[in-house]
Design a protein around this ligand. Structure first.
Ligand SMILES: [Zn+2]
Length: 60
């Protein structure tokens, strides 16, 4: 169990790839690609907070 002393590596929570400096940091996780970010958003129902304001046709 030497891994206990190793620096904690972050992994892409979607595909499980070990993160490196090129990974995308988002939601406190690391992602290998935008594709995995999207999958993560879908899995966690994040669905693009920046674009969450949809005009639904309501007088709102
Ligand atoms: Zn990935």
């Amino acid at each position: 169990m030497l891994n206990l002393f190793k620096k904690k590596e972050q992994k892409d929570p979607v595909c499980g790839m070990a993160a490196d400096e090129k990974f995308i940091s988002k939601y406190g996780e690391k992602f290998c690609s935008e594709n995995c970010v999207k999958k993560y958003e879908e899995q966690n129902q994040i669905a693009g907070e920046e674009h969450s304001k949809k005009s639904s046709g309501c007088c709102g």
